[in-house]
Ligand binder design. Structure first.
Ligand code: PGA
Length: 265
């Protein structure tokens, strides 16, 4: 079964010293993680400093975005080899804020994911419906379209190294999380799609995180859902205490429910 994965998306928060203080604080509590894999995703400027502290520890490093070319004249962009160079193991792709404010498309997400996979970084591909789409009962249709376009042409091996984050747009940063049942319904749908599009083994292996207003107070119930394999945490990942509480709640929710199967690339 799947090793739960909790990732902290710091977004555009934390300077280098703030990031270092956070990482030191969280490292001091790493003995509480149990069988939960933990990732922090600082802004680009703090990646290098955080990566130096995290090297060889129980916490992995992730970036929030990347370009699909390996180098070139793309002012302001950061390439996958650069992320690898500072110690990243994960890259968040297609976050709804990048889709909404920076014109991210499923096609670009696919190219970026393939660039990551080619160099041994795991993409965390974010998908999710808006409130208008949910209200119009289009949630599953939207999710299926995003999956189809993001995973088009992936081999089974490539799909198997990917993480999906289901993040309903209306739940991000709003304090309104999806109910555990609403989230589980979409997660089960995603897993069924993976079975149809790849095979049952890939579907059983691939981790699907929930994201959107996960807090210490609601984490246990959300993480108890059988197809929810961890979370992509925004606001509550900025303080060691609240982030750790979510990690510990995930450990408790999954205790006895899985064994590890996170294979190296
Ligand atoms: P939130 O953000 O936890 O603050 O809702 C989640 C995300 O944007 O990934």
């Amino acid at each position: 079964m799947r090793k739960p994965l909790i990732a902290g998306n710091w977004k555009m928060f934390k300077t280098v010293p703030e990031g270092e203080t956070f990482v030191d604080g969280l490292l001091g509590r790493a003995h509480e993680f149990g069988d939960v894999e933990v990732v922090v995703c600082p802004p680009f400027t703090a990646l290098h400093a955080a990566g130096r502290r995290l090297h060889g520890t129980a916490i992995a490093l992730g970036a929030q975005h990347c370009h699909w070319e390996l180098q070139g004249a793309f002012t302001g962009e950061v390439a996958v080899p650069m992320l690898k160079d500072v110690g990243c193991a994960y890259v968040i792709l297609g976050h709804s804020e990048r889709r909404q404010y920076f014109g991210e498309t499923d096609e670009r997400i696919r190219h970026k994911a393939l660039a990551c996979l080619g160099l041994g970084l795991r993409p965390i591909i974010c998908i999710g419906e808006t409130l208008a789409q949910r209200d119009a009962s289009q949630t599953l249709q939207v999710i299926e379209r995003q999956l189809r376009e993001c995973f088009q042409g992936f081999t089974k091996a490539q799909a198997g190294q990917t993480v999906i984050a289901y993040e309903p747009v209306w739940a991000i940063g709003t304090g309104k999380n999806a109910t555990p049942a609403q989230a589980q319904e979409v997660h089960a749908f995603i897993r069924a799609w993976l079975t149809r599009s790849f095979d049952a083994a890939i579907a059983a292996q691939l981790r699907i995180q929930y994201g959107g207003s996960v807090k210490p107070e609601n984490a246990l119930e959300i993480m108890r859902q059988p197809d929810i394999d961890g979370g992509l945490i925004g606001g509550a990942s900025l303080q060691v205490d609240s982030f750790l509480k979510i990690i510990v709640a995930t450990k408790q929710a999954k205790q006895g429910a899985h064994t590890t199967c996170s294979s190296p690339l």
